[in-house]
Design a protein around this ligand. Structure first.
Ligand SMILES: Cc1cc2nc3c(=O)[nH]c(=O)nc-3n(C[C@H](O)[C@H](O)[C@H](O)COP(=O)(O)OP(=O)(O)OC[C@H]3O[C@@H](n4cnc5c(N)ncnc54)[C@H](O)[C@@H]3O)c2cc1C
Length: 350
């Protein structure tokens, strides 16, 4: 049996890395994560757009983004294509176009040295034991077990912590598929595609450093066929794909009711997407991941950290609940048609 820790964090995405950075330094902390470096190990499939809420989350820490994380070009509007009605509209957006993998590695680099970080490591089991939790993980092929008083699931939509301890707490989920192509479109652009025949969620494209990324969130059944069918429809609208360089896929949560959010209990905590903290309208999740990671770092110093974490994340749940209420205007085809037809808030591209 290995070392005894106060806190074990599974996953160092924006949520886990923020928690590890902000925790009280007197705590003995272990963090286990799949990622390794820029070219090796796990990288999260993601659109890599930092929305204003995500920018605000970083601003609260007075953090500034290093230039090496940004990609070319920065884009100021989203081309919204409704394949159901045939309408296309442009809307102004204030996103920062970045390399998601570099962003994650940068957040990870800010973790202080008192935290024992295990890179390139996969947590394979979590169990209850006397006085806390037992965590087994493999690091460079070697299996290790440690114990911790508090266990934090910061391991995203496929959270081993959530699945092990709260299997009944299911959330609506989709398979997100993304493909990378060499950019062949005459001009880089960012698009958002609605296609209710293939998905009741949405798809997106984004140009990044000479690549064209096309992705979407689909119901699990026949997800790949749906993705390919959608691409065929878009080729007819002038999209240039060519041969994919890389295909990536992962699960993505999309909360549909306030009961989908879950903070954990009995010394177990869920943060970021593992807690269901992701926008059901846009799938934007970096801001809530950072915010929930920070809130837990403070709550863990309280007498009753589970209660305190639940109370202090109410604002995140309210924000995401409002997004649930916004969904029909984007995803119910007749309402979307009215919004797009009215040209409300749209830009006339010259
Ligand atoms: C295709 C796609 C596109 C998206 N685009 C955007 C976007 O443009 N902007 C935006 O704001 N949000 C976007 N999101 C949502 C956003 O990616 C997530 O909400 C956000 O990453 C959640 O952060 P997190 O830290 O909770 O989890 P994650 O970022 O998922 O991080 C979890 C980390 O845990 C680690 N991990 C997982 N399992 C284990 C294990 N067993 N052992 C050890 N480590 C483990 C992995 O290394 C992983 O990095 C997108 C999501 C998807 C799927």
């Amino acid at each position: 049996m290995g070392t005894q820790y106060d806190v074990a964090i599974i996953g160092l995405g924006p949520a886990g890395a923020t928690l590890a950075r902000c925790l009280n330094r007197s705590l003995k902390v272990i963090a286990i994560d799949l990622k390794l470096d820029e070219n090796n190990g796990f990288s999260k499939p993601c659109g890599g757009l930092l929305a204003p809420d995500g920018q605000k989350a970083l601003a609260r820490f007075n953090l500034t983004l290093p230039k090496k994380i940004l990609v070319d070009p920065q884009i100021f509007s989203v081309k919204t294509i409704d394949l159901d009605s045939g309408l296309t509209r442009y809307y102004q957006r204030f996103y920062i176009n970045l390399s998601r993998h570099k962003f994650d590695l940068w957040l990870k680099s800010l973790i202080p040295s008192n935290v024992d970080v295990y890179d390139n490591s996969r947590c394979s089991s979590v169990e209850k034991c006397d006085g806390g939790y037992e965590i087994t993980f493999s690091n460079n092929g070697i299996s290790q077990t440690v114990t911790a008083k508090y266990l934090v699931g910061a391991d995203g939509a496929n959270s081993i912590v959530r699945k092990t301890f709260f299997p009944k707490r299911k959330i609506r989920s989709y398979v997100a598929i993304q493909q990378w192509f060499n950019e062949k479109n005459s001009q880089p652009f960012y698009s958002c595609v609605f296609d209710s025949k293939n998905t009741d969620c949405y798809s997106w494209s984004i140009s990044k450093d000479g690549y064209f990324i096309y992705g979407g969130a689909f119901p699990a059944k026949n997800s790949r066929e749906r993705f390919e069918d959608q691409k065929r429809k878009l080729i007819k609208l002038g999209f240039h794909f060519g041969e994919p360089i890389k295909t990536e896929a992962c699960m993505v949560f999309r909360p549909s009711s306030p009961f989908d959010f879950y903070c954990g209990r009995d010394g177990i905590f869920l943060i970021g997407e593992a807690a269901g903290y992701i926008s059901p309208s846009s799938l934007e999740g970096i801001s809530s991941a950072i915010d929930s990671g920070y809130i837990l770092s403070k709550a863990l110093s309280d007498k009753n950290p589970n209660r305190s974490y639940f109370k202090c994340t109410l604002k995140i749940r309210l924000k995401l609940y409002l997004k649930i209420l916004k969904c029909p205007f984007m995803y119910f085809p007749p309402l979307r048609y009215i919004v797009m037809k009215s040209k409300l808030d749209s830009i006339d591209v010259i």
